[in-house]
Design a protein around this ligand. Sequence first.
Ligand code: G3P
Length: 227
Amino acid sequence: MDKISLPVIAVNFKTYPQATGEKAVLLAQACEKVANEYDFSVVVAPQIADVYRVSKAVDIPVFSQHMDSGEPGRFTGHVLGEALVEAGCSGTLLNHSENRMQLADIEMSLRKAEKLGLYTIVCTNNPLVSVAAASLNPSAVAVEPPELIGSGISVSQSQPEIITGTVDKIRAVNKDVVILCGAGISTGEDVKAAIELGSQGVLLASAVAKSDKPEAILRDLADPIRK
Ligand code: G3P
């Protein structure tokens, strides 16, 4: 992710009602406000139906939550890369645990995203899948143990060995890919631990997207990594 400065906090809006429709715009604006106060990137990933309205409202990078590899034409119901670019997307998540893809489809989507100039964050559920994803050369791999997703129990504090072990395995096949970690990240201490363990940022959702004070939560998340 050379044009997105590191470290990065990527906020997945999922399908939370508090982050849907016009509320997605308000949440993205809150993220942008905090990003402008600090020296790190905040990326937002609203639902695909909200990508256009969010990207019109903010200047921070807007990602899709998914992208298919299909070409313009006879692909009903697919998420077309070209349409994401037109909608103002800078990148896309792929293979989130809540929307898994087959390996061959991840690879095709990655090559398509490269052609379109879209950043890619491939989510992975364990060390072996992380290595497979890293070998496909995405912009970033986000390591997220599924059992901790939405739990409020931080992977970086409760299972640090997963991050360190996975970072080493990823670096054996790809020296440059950005490594993020996620699942249960809720506090600045969680983010600090994630960075100290060798990741270059976090992918999170519920702590920010479900909060009625997202700005305050984001400031708390960002404070320990302030330069
Ligand atoms: O995509 C981010 C994610 O799956 C982690 O969710 O709610 O545990 O931060 P959460």
